[in-house]
Design a protein around this ligand. Structure first.
Ligand code: MRU
Length: 363
């Protein structure tokens, strides 16, 4: 089973079944179960309940999901088609609030319909199919490119600390923060990866550690509160994390616990890299305070993963799923168009100029 997980795309369109195909991440690492989802309620549920998770993977799932919704529309006029498409788009957009890739992908899909005003529903369905497949294919290339740039910052044998899961299981392939590790490994490099378990949903323990072990990487699992010790021991050359939304000033939302890690890294003088595709950089917001932080069910803290309820009944629970790392704590952002260093208002502008230039992305 071990190598198999890496040969399966995390999220895909099954053309034969007209279904969203995902690995059910709530079952990992115990069981590799593939789901084929066609109903909008099931796709919404898969995003909300983290069967598919990680900003880029959520974006791809939503693009495919809204295409599948469009297939079901039996209206004949453009206006009626658009109105039902918009309803489906707004429904999926409500599944989670923080990862901007969800809205970015759905907006891209809507733009296809808006740019072809008056077209027949049949033609629109074909165009939406092509856009969803393009978003997915691009995700693979984008992650590979992030990995190439990330590798420029690493040396063979380096110890790397990561948080949550920003690997292949959070994207279509390769991952964001873990892409460099996958590429380096394929080229014969050996890294020592420390995975924070990432309370409360344990993405680091269940997903990153699983993915890294499957890839044959030297992997050590630590509880979140052990990161300082590991850094103090001198075992960490760099921190590599992903992001769910980055503001124009470089403030970055990522899985809860990331900002604490960045503060520790600064204390121990360890570079802190945020790996994020440009689809995660939201230039429409000035700073991190504008990012909506998802709060999730108390049971994720008090009950999940325990045979019986662990915390005392009646206790209040605060369960934010993300936090914001202040831009001053980020050494650099690694994007598919290169490495952006402070001042981010300036370096992000250059990254987006590169994106829109005719030369386009690094292959
Ligand atoms: O709640 P999740 O598991 O969707 O959160 C995911 C993260 O915070 C990842 O670090 C982020 O999306 C990185 S990009 C793969």
């Amino acid at each position: 089973m071990t190598e198999d997980i890496l040969s399966i795309d995390t999220v895909a369109l099954d053309e034969g079944k007209n279904a969203l195909k995902i690995i059910d991440q709530t079952k990992l690492p115990g069981k590799v179960e593939i789901l084929y989802l066609t109903r909008q309620e099931d796709i919404y549920d898969a995003i909300y309940h983290l069967k598919v998770r990680g900003a880029p993977a959520i974006g791809v799932a939503a693009a495919i999901g809204v295409y599948l919704a469009a297939l079901e529309i039996d209206e004949v006029s453009y206006d009626a088609f658009y109105s039902r498409f918009k309803k489906a788009k707004d429904y999926l957009a409500g599944a989670r609030p923080t990862a901007v890739n969800l809205f970015w992908a759905l907006d891209r899909m809507e733009k296809v319909v808006l740019d072809h005003s008056g077209e027949s529903p049949e033609k629109l369905k074909k165009l939406l199919h092509d856009e969803a497949v393009k978003i997915r294919d691009e995700d693979i290339q984008v992650c590979k490119s992030i990995g190439e740039y990330g590798l420029e910052l690493l040396n063979d044998g380096d110890g790397i600390l990561t948080h949550c899961n920003a690997g292949q299981l959070g994207t279509t392939r390769y991952g964001t923060a873990l892409a460099a590790i996958h590429l380096g490994r394929q080229r014969g490099m050996n890294f020592k990866v420390f995975c924070d378990e990432t309370r409360p949903l344990l993405q680091g323990a269940r997903l990153t550690a699983f993915e890294m072990v499957c890839a044959g990487v030297d992997t050590t699992l630590i509880c979140d509160n052990m990161a300082g010790m590991v850094m103090k021991n001198g075992w960490v050359k760099a921190c590599f994390v992903g992001s769910d939304r980055v503001a124009a000033n470089g403030d970055a939302a990522n899985k809860i616990g990331t900002s604490g890690l960045a503060i520790l890294a600064k204390h121990y003088n360890i570079p802190f890299y945020v790996c994020a595709p440009t689809s995660t950089i939201d230039m429409s917001i000035k700073h991190g305070d504008e990012i909506v932080i998802e709060e999730r069910m108390p049971e994720e803290v008090t009950e999940m993963w325990y045979n019986e309820r662990m915390a005392t009944a009646g206790v209040k629970v605060y369960n934010p799923a993300f936090d914001i790392t202040n831009h001053e704590l980020v050494t650099a952002f690694i994007t598919e168009y290169g490495i952006a260093r402070p001042l981010y208002s300036e370096s992000f502008r250059k990254i987006f100029e590169k994106k829109t230039s005719p030369a386009g992305a690094r292959p």
